[in-house]
Design a protein around this ligand. Structure first.
Ligand SMILES: [Zn+2]
Length: 304
């Protein structure tokens, strides 16, 4: 399952390849699961939109879309019921002050890769892979395809500003905000780190690795951890994620792929997946416990 660093790498790779391109047309497959918004809403939002930016929010890949000028006409001519929906957040020419200034309808296309989803930029003649659920034909002549064998991935659209992943971005968190997340929380720190409503996108591997670097046991109650220890933990979370992003960033190739679990990114795990192996610092065998249904790995000597 792609975690935050992989999603960041994929979003950066996509940003390089498709920013500025315009979606000419959209094909969506018959499977319902990947579509979190209706097929008609997704098609109507994407078609004729310019990809203004691609970025990551939590574990979501967000495409910021712009449609110059004739907003009303585009919506009315779009297939499906899209035109009848309220569109309060769209800027109308009148609101924008009219005149010669171009107006933009802003929207977002949001992709969650789930377990096995991937986004691929390819030439149109490239054979369409099995389990392709969406194809965006771009003005540049290329295609952006969403492939997902297990169909846990999700595609949706939002109007400007509507999409807001819960929680705070771990890489942007300052100490005050980070401390507030855990104040009075009696849950194990590991569960708190994985809680997506608190922090966006920190997954199991990175939580274990960060706790090891900070010297904290995964079962420690969040509320018992001192300010200094939390400061160390925040630094560790950022360090682990940044290292992983730096590694991921160097391995991306011509197409953007998220299902390459091997070779995509290799942060050397110090505790994760190393049950019974010696701690790299003190040689104590690494322990594995289950917390809230997730495996947690730690060194009983280095972590308190
Ligand atoms: Zn140790």
């Amino acid at each position: 399952m792609p975690e935050l660093p992989e999603v960041e790498t994929i979003a950066r790779g996509l940003a390089k390849r498709v920013t500025g391109d315009v979606v000419e047309s959209v094909w969506l497959g018959q499977k319902k699961e990947p579509l979190k918004s209706s097929a008609s809403a997704i098609a109507a939002t994407l078609e004729h939109s310019r990809i203004a930016a691609v970025h990551r929010m939590g574990k979501h890949i967000v495409f910021d879309l712009e449609r110059p000028g004739d907003v009303g006409r585009t919506l009315l001519s779009a297939k499906g019921r899209r035109a009848n929906r309220p569109k309060a957040s769209l800027t109308t020419p009148a609101e924008a002050g009219g005149g010669a200034r171009p107006t933009y309808a802003q929207a977002q296309w949001i992709v969650h890769l789930g377990m096995t989803g991937s986004l691929r930029v390819c030439e149109p003649q490239t054979e369409v892979a099995k389990h392709t659920h969406a194809i965006l034909r771009l003005t540049s002549g290329r295609e952006l395809r969403f492939v997902d064998p297990r169909r846990f991935g999700r595609l949706s659209v939002a109007q400007a500003g509507d999409f807001d992943a819960a929680g705070i971005e771990p890489l942007e968190a300052d100490l005050d905000r980070f401390l507030k997340l855990f104040r009075g929380r009696k849950t194990p720190i590991k569960s708190a780190l994985l809680n997506q409503k608190l922090l966006r996108g920190v997954g199991n591997i990175y939580a274990d690795e960060s706790l090891f670097r900070a010297g904290l046991r995964p079962r420690r109650r969040a509320s018992t951890i001192t300010r200094d220890q939390l400061a160390k933990l925040l630094a560790a979370v950022k360090e682990v994620l940044k290292e992983a992003i730096a590694l991921g960033g160097s391995s991306i190739s011509d197409y953007v792929d998220a299902d390459g679990e091997e070779g995509f990114f290799q942060l050397q795990h110090r505790v994760y997946g190393r049950e019974s192996e010696p701690c790299l610092v003190c040689k104590t065998p690494i322990r594995r416990v289950v917390i809230a249904g997730r495996s947690s790995h730690y060194c009983s000597k280095c972590q308190k």
